[in-house]
Design a protein around this ligand. Structure first.
Ligand SMILES: NC(=O)c1ccc[n+]([C@@H]2O[C@H](COP(=O)([O-])OP(=O)(O)OC[C@H]3O[C@@H](n4cnc5c(N)ncnc54)[C@H](O)[C@@H]3O)[C@@H](O)[C@H]2O)c1
Length: 445
């Protein structure tokens, strides 16, 4: 069996460099000053990870929810002894010349506007997946990053895992044969974030929350605890499990396949079959993406208690999972071999008939490379491992799948060059959100 030695080399387009940042004269060894925008579950975790990178300081925590803001400030202070300043409006962080970069961990409806504002202010940005709410927004984010020469790293951390690169090299070597079919699974249990909801009445905004600022670019709607606690299941703020979870595998598989551009046609079926609890995003969704020379399916759901994500022992060790028992696996079918691939450190194995393993690379969780890579890129003006351009193409896979489902299980034909549909006005009308006044991503960034 061919064993691949783990190689911890610098990933991505390392040779491509961004010109020196216009608004700063800081040298590589100097402190990098950051602001966190959105201190919920991911923001709190990510800030602590970034804080552990040498010579990084969080000057601000921007939060619209008092409790979440105070929580993260306490956590950061316990690591460094320094207390970041709390602000309610992210624009304060953009106005401060000390700030080198911002970390955008709000819900998805804020990602594009926050990133464009950050680039316009001369800040670098780390923006969580899905990087945008719609297809048009992602294109504007690329334009802003390029125009203002900013580092924009996406929160698709699997791109920083050495085993994702070794999988890509294995496929490129031709040993799998020609890849004709790809199956992406994201079949989650109906527990935790995806447990059935009790429908709740709209009500007065609680003390300690700026609901209007939470809504930002999204339509004005009354406060409802489910809308905020489960924002990812409402189209105004997110793209369901496909966006909040499957997006990782969809991005990782794009990378190992050599980053194919947009698919030509997309077809999706599904619905809310298990619990009609007011969520808008489906609990069952099967999407077919037709690329020029291969077909990819994504099976996404939130109803299957018998499938689990890869356990930590697999993510952090040289242990192989029984692939078909896991909810977030990818299967890549070549004309000679099949590859099983897992996100977040689960590694990959290539097999011939009867499950005979012929090559493999055990993974490690990519976070330990991904966050330091953002700081390195700020200091060296290098392209980050998960640059906004591929972040956009990967997010579009999510948006295309959701638009095909929401358009009524229509077979959509997409013109990847124009980033418009050839055959569906409804879908074209949803390429861009209907922004509220004062919260618009501009046509000209
Ligand atoms: N890369 C990963 O592995 C990973 C893991 C989890 C979540 N995420 C992503 O991180 C993002 C956040 O997810 P989460 O689970 O932390 O959600 P969350 O709801 O727990 O946190 C979002 C926070 O943003 C705050 N917020 C909203 N509008 C704001 C504004 N205008 N200014 C400042 N703060 C604002 C909210 O009050 C909340 O505290 C999502 O895009 C999600 O997909 C990525």
């Amino acid at each position: 069996m061919q064993k691949l030695t783990r190689r911890y080399f610098f990933l991505g387009t390392a040779a491509a460099t961004l010109p020196a940042r216009p608004k700063s004269t800081k040298s590589a060894a100097n402190k990098v000053v950051l602001a966190l925008i959105g201190a919920g579950g991911r923001g709190d975790d990510l800030a602590q990870k970034l804080q552990r990178v040498e010579n990084v300081e969080f000057k601000y925590v921007c939060e619209v929810n008092d409790e979440n803001g105070a929580n993260t400030i306490r956590h950061l202070e316990s690591v460094t002894g320094r207390r970041p300043k709390r602000v309610l409006d992210m624009r304060h962080t953009f106005d401060d010349p000390d700030v080198d970069g911002v970390v955008i961990t709000t819900p998805e409806h804020w990602h594009a506007l926050a990133s464009v504002w950050a680039c316009q202010a001369g800040k670098d940005a780390y923006v969580e997946k899905c990087i945008s709410l719609t297809i048009w927004e992602g294109r504007k984010m690329i334009e802003a990053a390029r125009k203002y020469k900013r580092v924009v790293q996406c929160g698709t951390q699997n791109r920083s895992a050495p085993y994702t690169t070794s999988a890509k090299e294995y496929i490129a070597s031709g040993q799998l044969g020609k890849v004709l079919q790809v199956k992406v699974f994201n079949l989650l249990p109906p527990t935790g974030d995806w447990a059935p909801l009790e429908p709740l009445q709209d009500r007065a905004v609680p003390a300690g929350l700026d609901w209007d600022a939470f809504l930002g670019p999204a339509p004005n709607k009354p406060y409802n605890p489910n809308r905020i606690a489960h924002w990812e299941a409402y189209w105004d703020y997110g793209g369901g499990a496909l966006s909040s979870d499957a997006s990782h595998q969809l991005d990782q598989v794009r990378m190992v396949l050599g980053d194919p551009p947009h698919p030509r046609t997309i077809y999706a079926v599904g619905g809310r079959f298990s619990a009609n609890d007011g969520r808008e995003a489906p609990d069952t969704q099967v999407i077919t993406y037709n690329y020029d020379d291969f077909v990819m399916t994504c099976e996404s759901g939130t109803f299957s208690p018998y499938l689990k994500k890869f356990p930590n022992a697999v993510r952090q060790g040289d242990i192989w999972p029984t692939w078909n028992h896991h909810s977030t696996r990818v299967e890549i079918y070549g004309t000679k071999q099949i590859m099983f691939l897992g996100r977040h450190g689960a590694g990959w194995q290539a097999m011939e008939e009867d499950g005979k393993v012929v090559a493999e690379d055990a993974g490690r969780h990519p976070d330990k490379w991904h966050q330091p890579n953002f700081i390195d890129s700020i200091r060296t003006r290098s392209m980050p491992n998960s640059d906004i351009e591929q972040g956009h193409y990967s997010s579009c896979v999510v948006h295309l799948g959701n638009l095909a489902y929401r358009a009524g299980n229509e077979h959509l034909v997409f013109d990847g060059k124009k980033e418009r549909f050839d055959n569906n006005d409804w879908a074209n009308n949803h390429l861009k959100p209907a922004y509220r006044k004062h919260y618009r991503v501009p046509e000209q960034v």
